[in-house]
Write a protein that binds this ligand. Sequence first.
Ligand code: ME8
Length: 535
Amino acid sequence: MVAFSLFPNSSLDHEPPGLLWSRQSFENTIHFMKRETFYITSPIYYVNDVPHIGHAYTTLACDMLARFYRQAGRDVAFLTGTDEHGQKVQRVAEAKGIDPKLFVDDVSKTFRILFEKLGISNTVFARTTSPDHYKAVQDMWKRLKDNNQIYLGSYSGWYAVRDEAFYGEDEIKDGKAPTGAPVEYVTEPSYFFRLSAWQQPLLDYYEAHPDFIAPESRRNEVISFVKGGLRDLSISRTSITWGVPVPGDEAHVIYVWLDALNIYLSGLGYPSDKEAFEKFWSESLHIVGKDILRFHAVYWPAFLMAAGMQPPKRIFAHGWWTKDGEKISKSIGKPIDPVEIMDQYGNDAFRYFVLREVPFGNDGDYSEMAFINRLNADLANTYGNLVQRTLAFVYKQNEGKLPTPGAMTAEDKTLLALPSTMLTDMTKHMEAQSLHRAIERVWEGLFEGNRYMDVQKPWSLKATDPERMQTILYVLCDFIRQMAILSSSIVPELSSKILDQLGIAIHKRDFDALGKSLTPGADILEPKPLVQKVV
Ligand code: ME8
């Protein structure tokens, strides 16, 4: 039985209490209610290098989805982790003169620490060196073998260690892989997977499941790649030792991608415990970078179908972050350290910037100027100011208590009804993984809140119409409460601070609290500045 630790990163001191409560509450009620499920996965990252902005990016995107669906009442499993086998990792460990297991333990920890710092709400941190994962990989191998999908042969061709990928002669240009990775010529005995036999079934599957691969442009690329013909795939190596042994032929280790992809099953406890697998697999969403879409959208469904299993529900490939137009990675010398940025500007600022700045699916270039502009304009001016102006005024004018509203005007009612409409739009965007659009929608709401305040001018009514002033302030407070619920998956720390200031109980922070209203006269906390502007 896999323990879905609801907080593997339980040392988090910045975790918003709302989510902590939600998860505990969900776990308690799990046996009594049958809720919709959601299984979100990030790639598991190679441990040849320390984590950078790219790894943080994918995992943050998954986290936004996980938090959103938890608030929507779904039972969420969220996997991230590390990919620890293969030639790339073996070589780095050898070069450092360290035992590979000690080396991977060390680097895997740096990913775990980064995700804790980012406030990632994963339920599983999976590692390919775990004994349970070995079982899943060997189980897959046996299924493929039993189904006559594997044969022994010999591989002669190109291999790029950086990509851990085999390339055909026709793909090599100027002595490099299409990704620019250096290649080496390999000749070794190898087991092969009958990938060529899956060309038509894959094309049929893509056609019958138009939402399987997204975005659309990437789906088209995959389809034309498969239409171009599939060669049988080498799935074992004899020239390396760092991997899962082939059952019954230990001179071979299983190809690192066949090994790694199975993490999505072993992370659910498969094959020892099929309960979680049965519960979550049909609602699985793999978020990956565009660099590894071929492995996920071609090899993975082919392996699964060949093993007699269902492909995942959907695969979404996002774009690539560059800095000054160049690829980001330590080995290429352009790292961007997310920890440094978070230490300087705060977690939410980093999270907000990467998720908002670039349409999810497109490439983006990191610039500090753009980062600071977003922080100042969106977080400080639009969100922070609305909350600060309102709560500071209420706290001062109303002796630290929420106002009591009188009769409401059409404008009041319109503003208060906005968050529920926004949730409908947000949900539509989240279903399409248009994360940036979901965020945009929330900020459109915040603009409306600011506009309402500027038009209603509650401060000008203090002497002339204090009753109307109370109503306006009440509307603003209730609007802010609802906005903080909606923004919880986007800027969790900021949202939870706002809800804390308003005295909103932890169990009233999910989407079903949207239509309800604040209790007039309840105490609020003394407002503290929420977002520090960068000047
Ligand atoms: O491919 N921009 O691991 P990996 C955006 N172990 N995203 C980026 C990025 C960038 N500049 N750089 C990295 C592997 N990423 C395999 C995966 S899954 C069964 C096995 C993100 O460490 C993006 O998600 O090379 C990309 O797909 C992933 O990190 C590659 O991580």
